[in-house]
Write a protein that binds this ligand. Structure first.
Ligand SMILES: *Cc1c(COP(=O)(O)O)cnc(C)c1O
Length: 362
């Protein structure tokens, strides 16, 4: 804190990302990144884009990328917004769409911990809706909200950190029930087992969907994410973007992202492997006595009736494996474990086995 700070900065509560240790030091199962490298065609496209054109600003509105993505999903380019990671697209949406003085934004009590951070930054009043005892989002709770008091709703699908998905029929039921509330669906993990709501945007003016290349397309380091909605909502995001940074997506990112959508075989192959290893790890952890929530994501949310989650996280850390533990009340009994390569999943099971046999014989 210094006298030169704008006064509001002191009250900010910034997001705390998962630890990024030095390369090779740990098996990293703590940030939900892909264990696979980017597709070879993506790396080649980035190298080609670096050759000769970096002295020029990139296309400000990412027109070619937006067209490729629109074609991929069968929508219009005017229905696609590109952000520097979906975090940026989300941040612009909080500012441009969720900020209605006198009305609240509502999200689940267990959801992405960046939402309250953006709400704090943009001074948006919010309320949280508890997930059920079995950690599901109950759509009826949201259908019952009063549009005189609530401007917007946001939740991840599949939810994070719970990993549990909602069916598209449930989301459509909410869109129908609340035509005067904007519904934002954050689909960071959708490719691992849920159904995207993108095909509903043509029918629902109150829907906005977010996706990212960071998880299922192995490009967390490139920083590309999207918002999908009817064109009038996308225009609000574009107005905010062009009032802040006209060029958030650099030339390398635009070229890499285009190649990522063209490298569909690699995408299908890697995401299917992660789904298979997730289901195998889930079975292995259940055999060790863990309760595992039904996951549609690239991570598991697990608790053990006989072991404290924070102690488990520390024991794994000592064995050079990082998992994520959140200290908030409803998360505290749980660990969030990213699905790694098969060897990493097996190393996790072995480390847990070692720890359990060491503590049980004491
Ligand atoms: C990872 C994640 C994001 C952000 O992804 P980026 O595109 O890397 O900014 C957004 N929402 C949820 C729920 C996530 O887990």
């Amino acid at each position: 804190m210094s006298k030169f700070w704008s006064p509001f900065v002191e009250s900010l509560q910034p997001y705390v990302p998962g630890e990024q240790p030095k390369e090779g030091e740990f098996i990293k199962l703590n940030s939900n990144e892909s264990p696979f490298p980017a597709a070879p065609a993506v790396v080649a496209a980035i190298k080609a884009a670096a050759d000769g054109a970096l002295q020029l600003y990139p296309p400000a509105e990412s027109e070619e990328l937006r067209q490729v993505v629109a074609d991929y999903y069968g929508i219009e380019a005017a229905q696609v917004f590109v952000g520097n990671g979906s975090d940026e697209a989300l941040g612009h949406a909080f500012n441009a769409l969720f900020r209605h003085p006198g009305k609240k934004l509502v999200f689940p009590d267990l959801s992405y911990s960046f939402y309250p951070v953006y709400a704090g930054l943009y001074e948006i009043d919010f309320a949280t809706m508890p997930v059920t005892e079995d950690y599901r989002i109950n759509i009826d709770d949201y259908c019952a909200l009063d549009p005189a008091e609530v401007s917007s709703i946001i939740f991840p699908n599949p939810n994070a950190p719970t990993s549990v998905a909602l069916g598209l029929d449930e989301i459509e039921r909410l869109l129908k029930a609340q035509p005067n509330i904007l519904v934002a669906v954050d689909e960071a993990y959708v490719d691992f087992g849920a159904e995207t709501a993108i095909r509903l945007i043509k029918d629902y003016a109150n829907l906005i969907v977010f996706q990212t290349l960071s998880k299922s397309r192995s490009l967390a380091g490139l920083r590309v994410g999207f918002a999908f909605a009817q064109a009038d909502l996308i225009q609000a995001l574009t107005r905010v973007k062009n009032s802040f940074n006209s060029y958030p997506i650099d030339r390398l990112a635009q070229a890499g992202a285009i190649a990522a959508f063209q490298a569909d075989d690699y995408f299908q192959e890697t995401r299917q492997k992660i789904i298979r290893w997730r289901d195998e790890l889930s079975a292995d952890l259940k055999a060790l006595g863990f309760e595992v929530l039904p996951s549609s994501a690239n991570f598991l949310f697990v608790t053990h009736p006989a072991h404290d989650a924070e102690a488990l996280a520390l024991a794994l850390r000592e064995r050079k494996i990082l998992v994520r533990h959140f200290k908030t009340e409803r998360c505290a009994p749980y660990l969030r474990i990213t699905i790694g390569l098969k060897e990493a999943c097996d190393a996790l099971v072995k480390a847990l086995n070692d720890y359990f046999s060491a503590t049980d014989t004491k």
